[in-house]
Write a protein that binds this ligand. Structure first.
Ligand code: IPE
Ligand code: IPE
Ligand code: MG
Length: 249
């Protein structure tokens, strides 16, 4: 069964439009287990996971969530069998090529974060092309974390700031949160308000370590390929019940 985008097209009545998260981040986990449960190879879970991501992106647009960030491949995922890694890289490239036209029609601005230089050259070219072509789109900001690691991101920011200090461009005392954030891959993108993880794992797995400081966390046992608008609705309802205090009383 493929996700049915015609269901829940409108913002559900029990959600308050003004209190929606502006930015939702998702750790799309459980593709392999989903496939295994069906006696299928793991890659079938990844393939299905792409369809789910497409529908959740469209759902964000339909319901008025302004930014979506998806964790597609971590710096640790290189440790998987080479066939799976190769499949994923090819899948990313193919999906990007196939979806660019539709992203333009839907006014999506796509952005990639991570150590992109280590990706296959042909994928890098698709990534550059999609970012370039969609950069003036004014609709949803869609960020894909590919070869992304939160620790690596923080380290590269430190290195880049250290170089500037060495060159005398920055004084050590000028290093504050705002300056630091400008050196992260996510410069210019607001911190996520809500972080969703599927498949029941209660961990961050090196995702957006800096940016997640005050995000509301939501974990569902549902595996990513089974995640749908009804599940997203539940996550948003849970979010709207939270009281965000940011350390205050
Ligand atoms: C998430 O699903 C997708 C990626 C990490 C690329 P997994 O592939 O981690 O699926 P499980 O966790 O093994 O079920
Ligand atoms: C996190 O899932 C990475 C992505 C969803 C891309 P993993 O499956 O790699 O995380 P762990 O190994 O369960 O922590
Ligand atoms: Mg996993």
């Amino acid at each position: 069964m493929t996700p049915n985008p015609t269901l829940l097209r409108e913002l559900p009545a029990d959600l308050e439009r003004e209190r929606l998260p502006k930015h939702v981040a998702v750790i799309m986990d459980g593709n392999g287990r989903w496939a295994k449960k069906r006696g299928l190879p793991r890659i079938m879970g990844h393939r299905r996971g792409v369809d789910v991501l497409k529908d959740i992106l469209r759902c964000c647009k339909d319901w008025g969530v302004q930014a979506l960030t998806a964790y597609a491949f971590s710096t640790e995922n290189w440790g998987r069998p080479v066939e799976e890694v190769d499949f994923l890289m090819t899948l990313f490239e193919r999906v990007l090529r196939q979806e660019l036209q539709e992203m333009m029609e839907e006014n999506v601005r796509i952005h990639f974060v991570g150590n992109l230089h280590a990706l296959p050259k042909s994928l890098q070219l698709e990534i550059e092309r999609s970012m370039e072509e969609t950069r003036h789109n004014q609709g949803i900001q869609f960020t894909v974390a590919t070869n992304y690691g939160g620790r690596q991101e923080i380290l590269q920011a430190c290195r880049s700031i250290a170089h500037k200090v060495q060159q005398g461009l920055i004084q050590p005392d000028e290093i504050d949160e705002r300056l630091f954030e400008r050196h992260l891959y996510t410069a210019g993108i607001s911190d996520p308000d809500l972080m969703i993880r599927t498949s029941g794992e209660m961990r961050i797995s090196n995702f957006l370590l800096w940016q997640v400081a005050y995000a509301e966390l939501y974990v569902t046992d549902t595996l990513w390929p089974d995640f749908d608008r009804a599940e997203f609705h539940r996550a948003l309802c849970a979010y709207q019940q939270r009281e965000r205090r940011f350390g205050k009383v």
